[in-house]
Design a protein around this ligand. Structure first.
Ligand SMILES: [Zn+2]
Length: 137
């Protein structure tokens, strides 16, 4: 059986799609490429990979997150904050906490994708996120 893995680039792409599209206003592939500062064919490859994972939908160059993609996005934000907090509380400065949390989270994301079916555990975190959402990213 093949492993499900998400790279940092794919994660950044998923964040950009979630943050720059609304259900009635999907993001265009060219705009996504601009935001990520990559070429459109590279962006397309990442989008293809994310849609294979069921996280985004690409309809003729208009990209939006799927329901799974939105939950996953919230998980990313939530776990980023948790890690960041732990690091800050252990005396790591704010900027470094953020950077470290970004790199640590990749392992977590991979496991999350494997456990997607286990929605019970996920829902608790989503509720936490909506409370944290009003705060700083
Ligand atoms: Zn941060």
């Amino acid at each position: 059986m093949s492993e499900i893995l998400i790279t940092k680039r794919e994660r950044d792409c998923l964040l950009a799609i979630n943050e720059n599209s609304k259900s009635d206003f999907p993001i265009r592939l060219s705009d996504l490429a601009n935001i990520l500062e990559i070429k459109p064919p590279t962006a397309l490859n990442i989008v293809k990979r994310l849609s294979e994972l069921g996280l985004v939908r690409n309809e003729r160059g208009m990209i939006r997150p799927t329901e799974k993609g939105v939950v996953y996005y919230k998980e990313i934000i939530y776990h980023h904050r948790v890690l960041e907090c732990i690091l800050k509380n252990s005396g790591v400065d704010e900027v470094k906490s953020c950077v470290e949390a970004r790199s640590l989270i990749i392992n977590f994301l991979t496991n999350w994708l494997k456990k997607w079916k286990n929605t019970q555990a996920t829902l608790g975190s989503v509720l936490m996120v909506s409370r944290l959402k009003s705060r700083r990213r």
